[in-house]
Write a protein that binds this ligand. Structure first.
Ligand code: SF4
Ligand code: SF4
Length: 501
């Protein structure tokens, strides 16, 4: 039996296709690409993993709903909201960090770190993200808690749904949907607060003076939260989310996953029958086939069928089975976090191994550290001002009446400080150059002023009265802060006609 079960339980191909890997008494499941939803009534459960889930739910929702109200003093003329996506000012504020549109590479870095963290979590302990942190899981959990609060636990809900539509049932369903809609509305409302000053927007929303876009987004997010967390639930994880498919391709035999230890649990039988089998000296597993692990599962699957795409690895079946084992006096963790390699080792009579440090985990950790380090360095060493230059496209140069070759540029200066600053411009690389800034009198010192927390654009003309060394030679625009002496550079090219041979 062992080899046969092992083959079917540990068949990664079947798991990645989403097929249940079933013991011999369960027919092979042919999971369709889509199946209409059958209502699942997950039973409440108590235990370690449920407590972890409550804690994660409270912390993540508290952050999401209340973060926009935290203030952060950035001085005069700057918003005092700790986290703010300011589209009109084209800035992103995160506590002491202020990101400009030109620094969008920080978001690229954050995305790489997020992806690698997801891969690392997966390599160490499976779908931790899905089971505990994914917004779909968190809000579904919250909606399930409201459902239980209003309609009772699994049995009460099943009994009510199987019965006629009484006044009490109508009232309960109505109250549940009302509470769901209130949470969904609050969820949408919290989202828009990240894009404007939160206390002001709350007042504007309440008095009907907020922009139409704010109301539209609240409406869209209320509808999607209500539909996804209230009605679609596990369908989102099974049919809409790409991560389970990607995750199956990224896992290996050392990753910990919620696993039914069938080598200990099988052959399953009732408590009474297993006692009789043991007394008769016959094999009897620890699983008493009470189906508590199935009843508590939010995706409605039977973990005893092996690795399944529908399993979000929330650990609730571990809690359910542990309480059964406690009642019948057997050791806990008949269902537990286990790896494929340890399943095989136990069957072969070898001690289990935990191998968290592996090539893939080290690689993910190194990428996270490298990208994080580069971002931190860039953040700490970035200038309080910046300059960028774009060469005119057409014409790339003109010859003036006095014989000079002229190139035109658009120069943009970013002043990230909260006071007006003056900058002196010099140009290197072009022999005998004369620089003009359009708008400043000819011959004036080439000093420009940029207001606090602003970017300003200038037209710069560079005239060369000597032949440039080549048709295209490097040119450096050097900008120095007049007060502090700090400087920044931008590089481009000076174009000229071919030199006569
Ligand atoms: S809860 Fe434990 S004992 Fe009960 S059916 Fe599930 S695995 Fe078997
Ligand atoms: S099988 Fe267990 S771990 Fe997987 S989703 Fe169901 S309750 Fe959660």
């Amino acid at each position: 039996m062992d080899a046969d079960l092992l083959e079917r339980h540990a068949n990664p191909d079947a798991a990645s296709r989403g097929a249940s890997v079933a013991p011999s008494n369960i027919p092979e499941d042919e999971t369709p690409l889509y199946a209409a939803r059958r209502k699942i009534y997950p039973q409440s459960v108590k235990g370690t993993f449920r407590r972890i889930k409550w804690a994660v739910l409270l912390v993540t929702l508290a952050i999401y709903y209340f973060l926009p109200f935290i203030r952060w003093n950035r001085g005069p003329n700057a918003p005092d909201q700790a986290v703010l996506i300011d589209f009109s000012g084209r800035r992103f504020y995160f506590f002491f960090i202020e990101i400009w549109p030109q620094e969008v590479y920080f978001f690229t870095g954050l995305l790489i770190i997020a992806a690698m963290t997801l891969f690392l979590m997966n390599a160490v302990a499976g779908r931790v993200w899905c089971g505990y942190l994914c917004p779909q899981t968190v809000w579904t959990d919250l909606f399930l808690a409201i459902e239980r609060l209003v309609e009772g636990d699994r049995r009460a809900q099943m009994a009510a749904d199987a019965g006629p539509w009484t006044a009490q049932r109508v009232l309960r369903k109505g109250l549940k949907h009302l509470l769901w809609l209130m949470v969904a509305w609050w969820t949408g409302g919290a989202w828009v607060l990240y894009f404007a000053d939160a206390p002001t927007l709350v007042k504007d929303l309440a008095t009907g003076h907020a922009p139409f876009l704010a109301y539209a987004w609240i409406g869209i997010l209320t509808a999607t939260t209500y539909a996804l967390a209230g009605h679609m639930r596990e369908q989102v994880c099974t049919y809409m989310c790409p991560w389970p498919r990607i995750q199956a391709a990224l896992t290996d035999e050392y990753a910990l996953n919620v696993t039914y230890r069938y080598d200990r649990g099988e052959p399953r039988s009732s408590v009474k029958k297993s006692e009789q089998l043991r007394l008769a000296g016959l094999p009897a597993g620890d699983c008493v086939d009470c189906r508590q692990c199935v009843n508590v599962c939010p995706t409605g699957i039977d973990i005893r069928n092996g690795a399944q795409l529908e399993c979000i690895q929330c650990g609730l079946c571990i809690d359910a089975c542990d309480s059964v084992m406690d009642k019948i006096g057997r050791p806990p963790r008949l269902i537990g976090y286990d790896s494929d390699v340890n399943l095989k080792r136990r069957i072969a009579g070898e001690p289990p191994v935990q191998k968290i440090i592996r090539t893939r985990t080290v690689m993910y950790a190194l990428i996270i550290a490298a990208v994080g380090g580069i971002m931190l360095y860039a953040l700490l060493t970035r200038h309080a001002f910046d300059v960028s230059v774009i060469h005119d496209r057409n014409p790339v140069f003109v010859r003036l009446a006095d014989g000079a070759i002229r190139n035109g540029y658009t120069m943009r200066i970013l002043n990230k400080q909260l006071e007006t600053r003056r900058f002196a411009l010099t140009v290197d690389g072009v022999p005998g150059n004369v620089v003009e800034i359009v708008g400043l009198p000819l011959g004036a010192a080439r000093i420009v002023e940029v207001g606090p927390d602003q970017s300003r654009e200038f037209r710069v003309l560079v005239n060369s009265y000597e032949y440039a060394p080549a048709a295209s030679s490097p040119i450096v625009f050097h900008l120095t802060d007049v007060e502090s002496g700090t400087w920044a550079q931008a590089r481009d090219h000076f174009r000229a006609p071919e030199r006569p041979k």
